[in-house]
Design a protein around this ligand. Structure first.
Ligand code: PFF
Length: 451
């Protein structure tokens, strides 16, 4: 296999951090985190989530970046190469294959949700939120979910946007997009939180998110929190690995990881506070499921002067946040098709995009025409999300971290992570024991195998 082809590279650490943050900050933070926190009782979920980010997410992210950078290849080829280097079984490349599959699954429902956001962007811009009350917002969302054509239209638009950028090569488009969009997104997030402070019930939002009632923690809650940590940090499917593979040798991985994890967490917490302060101020229900932000934010935007502008700006930036993430969800699969299957980048995008598009159609039909189709008691949309977030990503992350700390030679890991002896020891302990044991215990607990 010839890997001398020009794969491209980030212009420096700053660019990598921004692109990785662009991947991490997305619908997971703004759409998923608030509704999961709402469904799982608030504070208890948030605290378990924060613990998962710190003790599982950070070591897994460091390991993923390290593996990608060492191999300078797509995740499938990277795992095969590194396994060879370590004298281990070539079956490790299946971790990369699983990542490509997880990417296709995640992108399918991710694009559907991004499509809803585009739809809401249009509604905000055309002033249709003015004077909206909670009942009206609920009806508007039901109207959208009940309409397969409208959803299919925006899902198609978002898939075209995503594959369009990926087809052009990620470097120039993505790096520049992340540079412009990330600061803008941070600014609008602060404005929205400011709105929550001024107009919403921030006191109750804070209490809901940070006062933990630990009697509400069930094994399912913990699994949802760990799954969300993987999803939000883009871990377990090779996305951050492939981003790491475009990274130069001398960049310090540990510091970049901390920046990305902190930025991602800050976005999630701010989004949660903004959403819940609006939820409580309007007497709405925090446990409203995947529709939560679409039921709440339009009411807020519809009730203030200049709300049409603020709302349009907000949904536009959410679309961009989703876009810089969706590109990274596709990248492991595309890089694999280009480098291993020798397809042109454009053709790879058409094939991968078409497959994901079809899966997305199935996901959106589960809200209307295929409402009664259930897989293991879940709708198609929920089943795709559950399979990817709660199973494939944690299992992928577990294998990645086990490979990096048990299979790969210590000297090689040491070369990639030039930390002080003590910090290297902390990483290795977390990667060898804490993360794998933690994730395994959670799985055993949920499947009922543990007591
Ligand atoms: N981290 C993204 C978000 O929070 O929206 C979603 C995501 C990106 C998941 C990349 C997985 C991935 F590999």
């Amino acid at each position: 296999m010839d890997f001398t082809m020009d794969r491209g590279q980030w212009s420096g650490r700053g660019a990598f951090v921004l692109a990785a943050a662009g991947s991490a900050v997305g619908l997971g933070n703004i759409w998923k985190f608030p509704y999961l926190a709402g469904e799982h009782g608030g504070g208890a979920f948030v605290l378990v989530y924060l613990a998962c980010v710190a003790v599982v997410g950070v070591p897994v992210m460091m390991t993923e970046i390290m593996l990608g950078r060492r191999a300078q290849r797509n995740p499938v080829a990277a795992m095969a190469h590194l396994a060879r280097e370590a004298g281990a079984s070539s079956a490790w490349k299946l971790v990369g294959v699983m990542g490509v599959v997880a990417g296709a699954i995640i992108l399918s429902f991710y694009s559907v949700v991004a499509g809803w956001i585009i739809d809401y962007l249009v509604r905000a811009a055309t002033g249709s939120f003015a004077g909206l009350d909670p009942g009206g917002a609920e009806a508007a969302l039901e109207g959208l979910l009940g309409n397969p054509h409208e959803q299919a239209l925006w899902h198609s638009v978002f898939m075209l946007l995503t594959m369009g950028v990926v087809a052009c090569g990620v470097m120039r488009g993505l790096e520049r997009a992340a540079r412009i969009m990330m600061p803008a997104l941070a600014a609008i997030m602060l404005v929205l939180t400011g709105y929550g402070l001024a107009q919403g019930d921030m006191g109750r939002a804070l209490a809901f998110m940070f006062a933990a009632d630990f009697t509400r923690i069930s094994p399912q809650t913990v699994l949802a929190a760990v799954g969300q940590a993987f999803f939000s940090l883009s871990l377990g499917m090779g996305a951050i690995m492939v981003y790491g593979s475009y990274l130069e040798r001398h960049i310090l991985i540990a510091r970049a990881t901390i920046y990305v994890a902190c930025a991602d967490t800050a976005f999630a917490l701010l989004a949660g506070l903004a959403v819940f302060s609006i939820v409580f101020a309007h007497g709405m229900a925090p446990a409203s499921g995947p529709g939560l932000i679409l039921k709440t934010l339009p009411v807020a935007f519809g009730g203030v002067p200049g709300g049409a502008l603020l709302g349009s700006l907000f949904f536009l930036l959410v679309v961009f946040a989703a876009w810089t993430s969706s590109i990274s969800i596709a990248e492991p699969g595309i890089a694999w098709m280009v480098e291993n299957l020798r397809l042109g980048r454009g053709r790879a995008c058409v094939i991968f995009g078409a497959l994901v598009w079809v899966l997305g159609i199935a996901a959106l039909l589960s809200f209307n025409l295929w409402q009664d189709v259930k897989l293991f008691g879940l709708s198609i949309f929920d089943a795709l999300d559950y399979l990817a977030s709660n199973i494939l990503l944690p299992v992928g992350g577990l294998l990645i971290v086990v490979f990096g700390s048990w299979v790969m030679r210590r000297t090689h890991a040491r070369e990639e992570l030039p930390l002080g002896e003590r910090w290297f020891g902390v990483w290795r302990f977390a990667a060898r024991y804490v993360a794998p044991v933690g994730v395994t215990l959670i799985f055993l607990n949920v499947t009922g195998l543990l007591g």
